[in-house]
Design a protein around this ligand. Structure first.
Ligand code: PLP
Length: 842
């Protein structure tokens, strides 16, 4: 394609995105491998078809039923035509997805009398790999060269030749988009090196055809079976297809299972006999009712796709061009010390820009300027804030991932034992990445998507100077000064009775009880999904910020009010729940039901409110079926149940000052006296009993945000229990932002607290707590100024320490109040030892 042809195509798609998919105006969509974006005109075409025709269930003689049958047969023909497949030679079997097509082929081979030999390529999708579990013998080909060598051998392949065989491979890797030789199918058919037994080929074309034509016009060179995911081509409908070369169709004769619609006669009870349908393959293989409406939608999809894009060739040219631009852009990113930012996982034989060897997918990981890996979980958080949609992780391609990332089987098993699971945040283990970032371009992608990704990476991941000098400006001098005792005070105290809902401010002058597990009444309740039992959070449901609980200790109730904007969604606008958890207060013991719910991956026992009014209010407000649950009340002194949770907070590397080595001194003579390995009980909070932030740090952050023209962050977004402020009236101009990084203990009023470590942040801080709208800030600026080891921190985990005489009223009923003076003790402060020595032994 000529350069100006691409420019025209880009303009055309941009224009279409504005018209057909307004959501895409603000979005950088880089995940086409999962699905192509469907256009509004496709849905309209389909809806017109549906409301202007009466389609019955096929298998009957009524006109509506006959109409459906005819339409379905036409769509079959049309789909074959898309791949130049002659209906004399090929048949289409409609299935739910590509995986279901693979399973049909697997069933047929599994049911051969002697079983089957299975060979598959290392770059196979998980769904192809799984077939091996049903094979008598199997072999994973570790490279193209091994396949070539096998094909060149005149003697039989690495199987025993007494059973039929199946060789399966992807036409395009779903991991890095490399394209594999289509010619293998023809050569395997010619080789006849299976001792006279048939050797079939299964081509997984799911990734390839999403952006590329597939030509089956030469039946002799075609795979015996090809599987497709049609939603990857058209976005809609959710449908897959298995294309079978009719000459190889008799392999299905041995398939033992039969489903409704695939048989002419079945005899049950005293005799067991059935006759399979014999006219066409698809009749034999389409078990149960066909997805009629999906098949009809496919007709609309083919029409609209052709109208919008012309052909799969045009899509291929455009996306190939964009992928080359992206590859060049990522490869050109360099840190200040000239080391490269992106490690791109391109196959050595692939060339971006050449559609024969490379599809429009780029997979990579990011390195910092020291060569260390950047966590993909963190990249995902930032890209979510910037509205960039991409995919990270293991990408359902176990062999390709292991090869590209250099992970040996033992390492993968070790990582599994150490907690790595598909989809979790453990993405760097043993200093190697366990997954990658994948960008897939498609028919609806434009050069704008490519440029905005490169720009995003440049903005956040290119380091022009050494990070040590910019991020740790004060560390080395810290130990040389005596600890400073600036006057601080408690600016506000906030309770979050329901996890992830709005906070409630403790009134001025009210002494508030602190417990081992946090401030009284903090996070004693949460909302859980009715079917999964997982605790809801604002990250997923930002509207939770508009649910505003308050504590009425005089009335003894938790009062839940909804922000005005939520009230139109619900029947009631307010609700009260008794604070007392005493079951006798409820008319019926069954008001509470013991149930395990999941909070931050922990399974905890809680009690569910069964009142339909309670569940209804929250469910209506959030648009998700949920229950209110309560954590078993833990009164002061009462012991926690065995299922109780503990704080996972710990000091972060950036908080431990690098000590100056004084010649002659004992190295490491003094380190932080108490590593907070002591487990701190918590209720439903994420990591620690109490979260503390500093007003000065927030002010510093907001200065930086405003300097860039951004919207200042409210203190509320950090969901802190304690906000500490400096008494600036007495010492103007001496604010100490982020001094709290180096605090180890705090005295608040008469009480002592230990600092457990910095609080790691995610994009949830971008949810405006008054409107529930998502902003870019403060996460973008935090990521630029408060990122250590690839993680973003703001605020400090804190816990209460019981100190002094256990029988004194102060120890028995510890309280703090708004306005209390606060005295911090930094690392190395002589008082720290005294604090530790006087800990009450509980
Ligand atoms: C997506 C994909 C699959 C799985 O397709 P489903 O439709 O989800 O079953 C298999 N192989 C490849 C190469 C794919 O890209």
């Amino acid at each position: 394609m000529e350069e100006n042809e691409h420019t025209r195509y880009n303009e055309y798609i941009e224009d279409m995105r504005q018209r057909e998919y307004p959501m895409l105006k603000e979005t950088t969509y880089l995940d086409h491998a999962g699905t192509t974006l469907y256009a509004k005109s496709l849905i309209e075409q389909f809806s017109t078809d549906m409301i202007s025709n009466l389609y019955g269930n096929p298998h009957s003689a009524s006109t509506s039923s006959q109409l459906s049958s005819r339409r379905i047969e036409n769509v079959r023909l049309r789909l074959l035509g898309l791949f130049n497949a002659d209906p004399e030679d090929f048949d289409v079997v409609f299935v739910a997805n590509a995986t279901a097509g693979i399973k049909l082929v697997m069933e047929a081979l599994r049911d051969q009398g002697d079983g089957f030999w299975y060979g598959y390529h290392r770059d196979s999708h998980t769904s192809l790999v799984g077939v091996r579990e049903t094979a008598r013998k199997q072999h994973c080909f570790s490279s193209d060269a091994e396949v070539e060598q096998w094909l060149a051998e005149s003697s039989p392949r690495p199987s025993s030749s007494c059973m039929p065989g199946l060789f399966a491979y992807p036409a395009q890797s779903n991991m890095n988009g490399r394209r594999l030789p289509l010619d293998w199918c023809r050569r395997i058919r010619l080789a006849e090196n299976n001792g006279g037994r048939p050797l079939y080929t299964l081509l997984d074309a799911a990734a390839l055809v999403s952006t590329s034509p597939l030509d089956l016009s030469n039946c002799d060179a075609a795979p015996d079976f090809a599987v497709l995911s049609l939603y990857k081509v058209f976005g809609f409908p959710d449908l897959g297809a298995l294309i079978v070369r009719k000459e190889s169709g008799d392999v299905f004769d041995k398939r033992r299972y039969f489903g409704g619609g695939t048989v002419d006669m079945v005899v049950c009870v005293r005799e067991q006999w059935h006759a399979k349908k014999s006219e066409t393959l698809h009749e034999q293989l389409e078990d149960g009712t066909l997805p009629i409406h999906n098949i009809m939608a496919l007709d609309s999809a083919m029409t609209i796709h052709q109208k919008l894009f012309g052909s799969l060739e045009a899509v291929s040219r455009h996306s190939t061009y964009l992928a080359k631009k992206l590859y060049d852009g990522l490869s050109s990113l360099r840190h200040g010390n000239d080391s490269s930012v992106c490690e791109v996982y391109k196959a050595s034989a692939s060339v971006y820009g050449d559609w024969r060897t490379q599809g429009p997918i780029v997979s990579f990981n990011i390195r910092n300027s020291h060569g260390g890996w950047v966590s993909n979980a963190e990249v995902e958080k930032l890209s979510a804030v910037r509205n960039i949609q991409l995919r990270t992780g293991g990408l359902c391609n176990p062999g390709g991932i292991a090869e590209s990332l250099g992970l040996a089987p033992w390492e993968m098993k070790q990582n599994f034992s150490a907690g790595q699971r598909c989809g979790n945040d453990n993405d760097i283990m043993g200093s190697k990445p366990t997954g990658m970032i994948r960008v897939s371009l498609g028919a609806m992608s434009t050069i704008r998507d490519v440029n905005s990704l490169v720009q995003f990476l440049r903005e956040f991941y290119v380091q022009m100077e050494s990070p040590i000098s910019t991020l740790f400006p004060r560390v080395t001098s810290l130990q040389l000064k005596p600890p400073t005792r600036n006057p601080f005070h408690v600016e506000s105290l906030t309770i979050f009775p329901i996890k992830s809902c709005a906070g409630w401010k403790v009134p001025q002058g009210k002494a508030w009880e602190v417990r081992r597990e946090g401030l009284a009444w903090d996070r004693e309740w949460c909302l859980v999904h009715q079917s999964t039992g997982v605790a809801l959070s604002q990250k997923r449901y930002p509207k939770m910020a508009l649910i505003r609980p308050s504590l009425d200790l005089d009335e003894g109730v938790l009062r839940i009010r909804l922000a005005e904007s939520l009230q139109s969604r619900t029947a009631a606008a307010e609700l009260t729940v008794p604070l007392s958890a005493d079951p006798t207060l409820f008319s019926d013991e069954a008001v509470f039901k013991q149930k395990a719910v999941r909070v931050c991956g922990d399974s905890i026992t809680s009690r569910t409110y069964k009142s339909p009014e309670i569940s209804r209010l929250f469910s209506e407000a959030l648009g998700v079926a949920c229950h209110l649950v309560r954590f078993p009340a833990v009164g002061k002194g009462a012991d926690l149940t065995p299922s109780s949770r503990h704080s996972k907070a710990h000091l972060q590397q950036h908080q431990i000052p690098a000590r100056m080595q004084i010649p002659g001194s004992f190295p490491e003579a003094q380190s932080f006296p108490l590593e907070p390995t002591v487990e701190r009980p918590i209720l439903l909070s994420n990591e620690s009993p109490i979260l503390t932030i500093s007003r000065s740090s927030l002010n510093r952050l907001n200065e930086l945000i405003k300097a860039e023209g951004g919207k200042a962050a409210q203190a509320e977004v950090f969901r802190a229990n304690i906000v500490i402020a400096e008494d600036l009236a007495s010492t103007p101009g001496t604010e100490q932002p982020y001094a709290e990084d180096y605090w180890r203990f705090l005295q608040i009023g008469t009480q002592y607290f230990q600092m457990l470590g910095s609080c790691r942040r995610c994009q949830m801080v971008c949810v405006d707590q008054h409107t529930a709208e998502k902003n870019e800030e403060p996460f973008v600026t935090l990521s630029k100024t408060r990122r250590f080891d690839g993680k973003v921190f703001f605020g400090q985990h804190t816990c209460h320490l019981a100190i002094g005489d256990a029988s004194s009223p102060l120890a028995q009923n510890p309280t703090i109040s708004v306005g209390d003076p606060v005295c911090p003790y930094e690392d190395g402060d002589a008082a720290n030892d005294l604090i530790l020595q006087s800990l009450v032994n509980t």
